[in-house]
Design a protein around this ligand. Structure first.
Ligand SMILES: [Zn+2]
Length: 730
């Protein structure tokens, strides 16, 4: 019969090498029940062998008994994590590997000469600290933290002398077992997410229908069947101990969740569809917003009395209100904008964020927050945000005028000359359209070179007005089915620079472009290049105005569906790396080498592999950790930190990092931004004259202009730092 060392837990002093004849001193019910069992067995008159086990440890492919210290340390070590030693890890433990326990049972069963005996079954006696140090020698990346608290009892150990005298031999020791466990767990793809969502596995289909299976991480003892109506909300709570497992048999939800043990962690959203199982870890606040009439099974392990709701198993934590629920229902994007796939994967979550270019006029002005999260479609390799914010909220009055930047003006002058030459455009006859024409920056060079037939299409009223004033004919509105009736068709060249990232209704927009295009005409699209974002970790290119993130691979898939053909592609330098692609309606046009070459390059980089995107997400989280640490260090050494530049990317980055009070204020060249505040973080934006002396640290937020800013502003500060340098760990 298996018994336990716990029957000695009442010993008041530390005892080492307790032998079998030492009087037991059980304290809690578990030890007591074992001791009663031992006595009953002894008095039964039957043959018996009692094995008193030390702490049994060993590898399991799931989470079984990770509460055992050795198992827990091994698992944490496999993930390069931290081992915390309470009371300096001085407690002693008698340990035995599971496999030797099984072997010992077999050994005793076969030994007919041994009867009516009690044996301690324990291999090694170690302090908690000793176990941690073994882990560290196996994986030096693990860190150990000791705390200095008092503990009532430092533990005890069992002597295995009697057992060894029978001839039993242990096959494993703690060092070997730890190495093996750490190795196995480091190979295992551990799910670190707070929530993970799984489809059914091992499907079996025949004429009657389909069976799909969900393997659970632990046994359950209760199933709740729950119905919820479309548009309602549930949860807004967390479970201090229980893992939540819900199997959705009908409908769909948006789940919102947040780690409450880590106050700086972002609030994340995720879709769970019919047929999927969602698992949420303990101490993760969660809320379900029902987007359809939904039925799900709540699969529970442990107590779940309604009377104890709010006290033990479930604790209220209101973090999604009605207003936020409605906002999510209005703007959530469930399917791939390009191909319609509904099973999208999460690349990175940058938390809830304000609209990046909507600077606040007053510090305490209310501003809407939306999830800022990138998803990946593994069918067409498109990347898009989890929400599509109403464009009227972002583009109706736009502060960003392209022509203010000399870099952009030069870029478009050069481009116009190239197009005129490549497509033999004619000043009198050729008709050129620019979509999302801003203040006319791309059309102005054509106007200056004598082109008569040009048209801009621009939704921002202020920009369209400005362009028309400058003699660049501009239609004020979005390019859609309704507006196209008012537009002249048969264009020889259609330009669309940086609008392909900026539109939710891309299919409609692209169809309209083809309708405006002449038979032989060319469309030229310039868009921020996803490959650069992934390679350079420029996550701050992600903001709500950018609905979509393109690679050539995903653009080819997009245009194939619309019967257009990309025949040429180039890399260009704008916006931290963009691509320019050329498209014709004529399906017979020859695809040039540039396209084939770039597709090959993307393939090699892993653009079709979700792992590439996941790795990007993990690195971005590491950046956040580093910046927070480095800014804190700077703040401790200097009293004043001033930011330089308030572009949209600064809003994204500062909100993601959660940096606000650390930066005293931001200075900006664009006067329109003065006396406003960064939304979310509420950092004031001021004129440069507000810098009183050079004793400060200027952190350049507009990092792509770092060199120019440093060169032109040496009178403002003795110390310039590029925000990008704070992203490194040092
Ligand atoms: Zn897709």
């Amino acid at each position: 019969m298996p018994s336990t060392h716990v029957i000695y837990e009442g010993l008041e002093k530390v005892s080492k090498n307790i032998e079998e004849n030492e009087p037991a001193k059980p304290m809690l019910s578990y030890g007591n029940s074992k001791f009663i069992n031992e006595n009953q067995l002894k008095q039964s008159g039957k043959n018996y062998i009692i094995l008193r086990l030390g702490s049994v440890y060993g590898y399991s492919h799931d989470n079984t008994r990770t509460d055992i210290m050795v198992n827990f340390f091994a698992k944490a070590t496999s993930q390069n994590s931290t081992l915390r030693l309470f009371a300096g890890g001085r407690q002693i433990k008698s340990l035995v590997p599971l496999i030797d326990v099984a072997r010992c049972f077999k050994f005793m069963e076969e030994r007919e000469d041994i009867s009516s005996q009690v044996f301690n079954l324990s291999k090694d006696t170690k302090t908690v600290k000793e176990v941690a140090l073994i882990c560290k020698t196996i994986n030096p990346k693990v860190s150990i933290i000791e705390t200095n608290n008092e503990i009532p009892n430092l533990g005890f150990s069992l002597s295995n002398k009697k057992l060894l005298n029978t001839g039993f031999k242990f096959l494993y020791n703690i060092n070997q077992s730890l190495s093996e466990m750490i190795f196995k767990w480091s190979k295992q793809d551990l799910i670190k997410d707070l929530e993970f969502v799984k489809n059914g596995e091992n499907e079996y289909v025949d004429t009657r229908g389909k069976i799909s299976n969900h393997e659970l991480t632990e046994p359950i003892n209760l199933i709740g069947l729950i119905n919820s109506k479309k548009g309602t909300i549930r949860a807004n709570h967390y479970h201090p101990q229980q893992e939540q497992k819900c199997l959705f048999t009908k409908g769909q939800i948006i789940e919102i969740y947040k780690d409450i043990l880590n106050p700086n962690s972002p609030k994340i959203t995720q879709v769970v569809n019919e047929g999927q199982l969602s698992i949420i870890k303990p101490n993760v606040a969660h809320t379900m917003v029902f987007t359809k009439d939904t039925t799900f099974l709540n699969l529970v392990r442990g107590e779940r009395e309604h009377d104890n709701y709010g006290i033990t198993h479930t604790i209220k934590h209101l973090f999604v209100d009605e207003e936020e629920k409605n906002l999510l229902l209005e703007c959530y994007k469930f399917d791939c904008r390009s191909c319609g796939n509904t099973n999208l994967k999460r690349v990175v979550s940058l938390g809830y964020q304000p609209l990046a270019n909507n600077l606040l006029k007053k510090e305490n002005e209310k501003c809407e927050l939306y999830p800022l999260e990138m998803n990946y479609c593994d069918r067409c390799h498109n990347c898009q945000l989890s929400v599509a914010v109403n464009p009227k909220k972002m583009f109706s009055n736009y502060l960003y005028t392209s022509s203010t930047s000399k870099v952009f003006r030069d870029h478009f002058v050069k481009a116009s000359k190239k197009y005129i030459k490549d497509f033999k455009l004619n000043k009198k006859k050729s008709y050129i359209i620019d979509i999302g024409s801003n203040d006319g920056v791309a059309l102005k060079p054509f106007l200056d070179q004598g082109f008569k037939k040009i048209l801009g299409i621009e939704p921002a009223k202020n920009l369209a007005k400005l362009a028309n004033k400058n003699k660049i004919k501009t239609f004020n509105g979005f390019l859609n089915k309704k507006n196209i009736k008012n537009l002249k068709k048969n264009a020889d060249l259609i330009l669309a620079s940086n609008v392909f990232a900026h539109s939710d209704k891309l299919n409609e927009m692209a169809e309209c472009m083809f309708k405006l295009l002449s038979k032989k005409g060319t469309i030229v699209i310039e868009v921020q290049y996803l490959m650069n974002t992934l390679k350079d970790l420029t996550f701050d290119n992600i903001y709500h105005e950018h609905y979509n993130y393109w690679s050539l691979t995903s653009l080819v898939n997009f245009f194939n569906r619309l019967n257009g053909k990309i025949f040429r592609s180039e890399k260009v330098n704008t916006h931290g790396g963009s691509i320019r692609v050329y498209i014709k309606k004529d399906k017979k046009v020859k695809v040039e080498q540039s396209v084939k070459q770039m597709l090959k390059e993307e393939d090699k980089f892993g653009i079709k592999n979700f792992g590439t995107y996941k790795e990007f997400g993990e690195k971005v989280y590491k950046i956040r950790e580093n910046v927070r640490k480095n800014i804190k260090k700077l703040k401790n050494n200097n009293n004043i930190i001033i930011g330089y530049g308030a572009p949209a990317k600064a809003t994204t980055a500062l909100n993601f990092f959660g940096i606000s009070k650390e930066i005293d204020f931001i200075v900006e060249d664009n006067k329109l931004k003065h006396n406003k505040f960064i939304p979310g973080m509420k950092i004031p934006i001021k004129d440069k004259s507000k810098i009183k002396n050079k004793k400060n640290t200027l952190v350049v937020l507009a990092w792509n202009f770092y060199n120019d800013i440093k060169k032109n502003n040496s009178h403002l500060s003795e110390s310039f730092i590029n925000i990008k340098d704070l992203e490194l760990s040092n």
